[in-house]
Design a binder for this molecule. Structure first.
Ligand SMILES: [Fe+2]
Length: 680
């Protein structure tokens, strides 16, 4: 209760008048998608640059909220920088998903090519501006990792709770899985305006007293921008289309009103089996008050003294759910307070631990230990039975590589370009090898070598004991894959529209098979799977949608395509890795269908509903069951006829990592840092 009172007092304090600001203006552009050689988008940006330079008085600076480039390639950045440098004012950039999804440089690209940190802040005219990096390595989704949120809190503290802060980043609010956590963080500060991109249109969202505004994509039609004039105690906003006059938009007070909504019960992290009592305080009458479970809302009544009560039950999955109270003002401002709580599932959950950063790749079980790395650079070794930390070592940059364990060593790649071997028992460093690009791929060990791809577009073989360079194979684009080592060869797909088999001895090409008509459709999003004779490769079937396959079966000896199949589900299976058991193949589609195909010819045996989207994931077959992870934290168990046996929710973060089966447990990890072990 003391904490609630303190928060309320801070809220009341925030309704004091704002500090004085200078008169100035700034402009916001977004989503130009410059692709080197694509003249139309370049011309749009050039024309907008000329129009901005003609604005009187001259804007103090320009903010770009992501997707400046189409694919984050070096020549895309170069072309953007060349045109943007025509602006007669400072330029501030943040990354969008298009900078980091396909680029060999990933989230390291914006710093390298924009010359700015991925997240940073500056002060101008009495306002604190904060650029945030909502991009992910290799994904289109938005995310603020726990380490960046910790930085944001300390940055806003240093600026002062009272100072108006304008935040800018790429992901739209509904593309951020941890929006409740982000809203909770900025609640204690004065953030009147948040600028976002991604949706390519002029849109306003209203959350917790903060105005979120999206800007029209500069690539669309003649492009658009927003102009903001700061004066007195407000920001006057305008929208402007390329070649047209500006139009007045919202005027935003520089002082955020106090959030009137307090979720008193359940508290974050609490656990209950059966019904849960919800109690909330809404300190002034509002137009509409609701409570929600995972974003599905029902009406909530408020008594005269502001107390709101309800009894919650979860009909669907037991496990961790986001409980929210939402109150809507007459001006459509939505006020929230949320808590992640466990409802039901007490008999299914074995243990749960929170890592220091996002977990993006599967957890490796080896013996009775689990190994994985996280954003922010921590590598963990846990006791698989209890989840207890045995050791943890920070390697200095985000880890999105799976860990391979062999020879008493734990091998992984780091996004600063190093391939690292740690002592598997103690975490002590044993050797490292520096490549020339971020390592976004995962290692495999075989025949005394460790094999791994790097963002320098090379595929490396290093001595497994010493880390000494053995050979490298150069490609036109990188691989992000976890290779297969088999029959003296390594197998992997790359972003250059090829699937490769290289001789492990010297890196010479055993065979290579072209797959994908354009780079977007390369056999690179997923990992290959094998039954020892054949290799299953998934690849995006577009642009011909239903005419091209999403599942390809290659002869491991020759690379010849034996059969292909298209899993028609108004979606496709290309981002997900297949799993093979006997003569059956299991793979899931983006829209959450689980397919069972025959390994003989790819024909469909059955399909089932997972009940959640699946992305960069893979079903796992173990002891006659299939375990599938959904993007939104769902963990699902099916029998071999496609009947769903149980489901459990591990939380609100994105799950890109396939589940790990260890003894009687199945372990799921998510981008909010939670690792959860569930009894099978
Ligand atoms: Fe975009």
């Amino acid at each position: 209760m003391r904490a609630v009172l303190l928060t309320m007092l801070i809220g009341i304090a925030l309704s004091c008048p704002a500090t004085a600001v200078d008169d100035f203006s700034f402009v916001v552009l977004t989503d130009i998608h410059i692709k080197a050689g694509n003249m139309s988008f370049a011309k749009n940006l050039s024309d907008l640059v000329s129009e901005i330079n003609a604005i009187e008085p001259r804007p103090a600076f320009a903010l770009f909220t992501g997707d400046q480039t189409e694919m984050g390639f070096e020549d895309d950045y170069a072309e953007f920088n060349k045109i943007a440098s025509g602006l007669k004012m400072p330029v501030y950039n943040v990354a969008g998903n298009h900078e980091t999804k396909w680029s060999n440089w990933g989230k390291a690209g914006p710093k390298r090519f924009f010359g700015q940190d991925p997240y940073y802040s500056f002060d101008y005219g009495g306002i604190h501006f904060v650029g945030l990096d909502s991009s992910m390595w290799l994904e289109h989704h938005g995310l603020f990792s726990p380490d960046q949120l910790a930085w944001l809190r300390s940055d806003l503290d240093a600026a002062g709770r009272d100072k108006p802060a304008v935040l800018f980043f790429h992901a739209s609010p509904n593309n951020l899985p941890n929006l409740p956590e982000f809203l909770d963080l900025i609640r204690g500060y004065n953030v009147p305006l948040v600028l976002v991109g991604h949706g390519h249109s002029f849109v306003t969202y209203r959350h917790n007293g903060t105005i979120f505004q999206m800007t029209k994509g500069a690539m669309n039609d003649t492009g658009g921008l927003r102009i903001y004039e700061v004066s007195g105690d407000e920001i006057r906003g305008y929208t402007k289309l390329g070649g047209e006059e500006r139009k007045p938009d919202l005027t935003i007070p520089l002082r955020v009103k106090a959030n009137p909504v307090y979720l008193l019960q359940p508290r974050a992290g609490s656990k209950a089996d059966g019904q849960v009592k919800l109690r909330a305080m809404v300190i002034r009458p509002l137009d509409k008050i609701e409570y929600g479970i995972d974003g599905v809302y029902k009406p909530l009544a408020r008594s005269e003294d502001g107390l709101c009560e309800a009894t919650l039950t979860v009909d669907g999955m037991p496990g961790w759910h986001m409980i929210s109270v939402r109150a809507t003002d007459t001006d459509e401002m939505e006020w929230y307070d949320s808590a992640l709580v466990r409802i039901g599932g007490g008999d299914r959950e074995a243990w749960r631990m929170r890592a220091s950063g996002a977990v993006q790749r599967p957890i490796r079980a080896h013996g009775d230990r689990l190994y994985f790395g996280v954003w922010g650079g921590d590598v963990y070794c846990l006791d698989a039975r209890t989840g207890r930390e045995i050791w943890r070592r920070n390697v200095g940059s985000d880890v999105i590589s799976e860990v391979a364990v062999d020879n008493g060593l734990a091998y992984l790649g780091a996004t600063d370009g190093r391939v690292i071997a740690l002592d598997a028992d103690t975490g002590e460093p044993r050797w490292e090898y520096k490549t020339d690009g971020p390592v976004q791929a995962s290692p495999v060990v075989g025949g005394g070598k460790v094999f791994i791809g790097s963002g320098d577009c090379s595929f490396y073989a290093l001595d497994a004991k010493t880390g000494k360079f053995r050979w490298k194979f150069e490609m036109a684009r990188m691989t992000q894959s976890k290779p297969i080592y088999m029959d003296g060869a390594v197998f992997f797909g790359a972003w250059d529209q090829h699937f490769y088999a290289l001789n492990a001895k010297d890196g010479s090409v055993r065979w290579k098979t072209p797959i994908g008509e354009l780079i977007y459709f390369s056999p690179a999003n997923s990992n290959p799977a094998t039954d020892g004779k054949r290799i299953i490769v998934t690849a995006t079937p577009w642009p011909k949608r239903n005419e091209l396959p999403d599942v390809n079966c290659l002869d491991a000896k020759t690379g010849k395509i034996e059969w292909t199949h298209r899993c028609i589900a108004e979606s496709h299976c290309a981002f997900n890795t297949a799993s093979i058991a006997g003569n059956r193949l299991y793979v899931s589609s983006l829209n959450g269908k689980l397919f069972c195909l025959s390994m003989t010819d790819g024909s469909e045996v059955w399909r089932a509903d997972i009940g959640q989207e699946t992305y960069d994931n893979s079903p796992v077959f173990a002891d006659g069951k299939i375990y599938a992870g959904g993007l939104r934290g769902g963990l699902f168990c099916f029998d071999t006829s496609g009947k769903r046996e149980w489901a459990y929710s591990v939380g609100a973060g994105f799950t890109f990592a396939k589940p790990t089966v260890w003894n009687d447990l199945v372990i799921a990890a998510s981008t909010d840092g939670w690792v959860t072990a569930v009894k099978r």
